[in-house]
Design a protein around this ligand. Structure first.
Ligand SMILES: [Zn+2]
Length: 105
């Protein structure tokens, strides 16, 4: 969803950034609120992020490869959590064209 369904206001990057913290995408113009609807693309993205990150951590530990220059398992685990926290919300920021929203208010 690029524009508000009610008033056609184009959502900005900051509107989307705010929606990560509040959980709702709010229109500045008419104050309609939207929540992302679960869909296959979203599921696929989350699955790939989690699966690839985990499998890389496990295999890099097994084959003793560094993960972004980090070698100890504890630090890799911490780094992977940081990467999750960056990658998971980025779906709503950058791939919103594939996202479907439901009006809640
Ligand atoms: Zn609106």
């Amino acid at each position: 969803m690029i524009n508000c369904e009610e008033c056609n206001h184009k959502f900005t990057f900051f509107d989307r950034l705010k929606s990560i913290f509040t959980g709702k995408l709010k229109c500045k113009n008419c104050s309609s609120k939207y929540v992302p609807r679960a869909n296959f693309n979203r599921f696929l993205y989350f699955f790939l992020v989690i699966f690839l990150n985990n499998s890389y951590i496990i295999s890099s530990n097994y084959f003793n490869i560094s993960y972004f220059g980090v070698n100890s398992f504890d630090k890799k685990l911490f780094l992977s959590i940081v990467i999750f926290l960056i990658l998971l919300p980025s779906y709503d920021l950058f791939f919103y064209r594939f996202n479907h929203y439901k009006k809640v208010d």
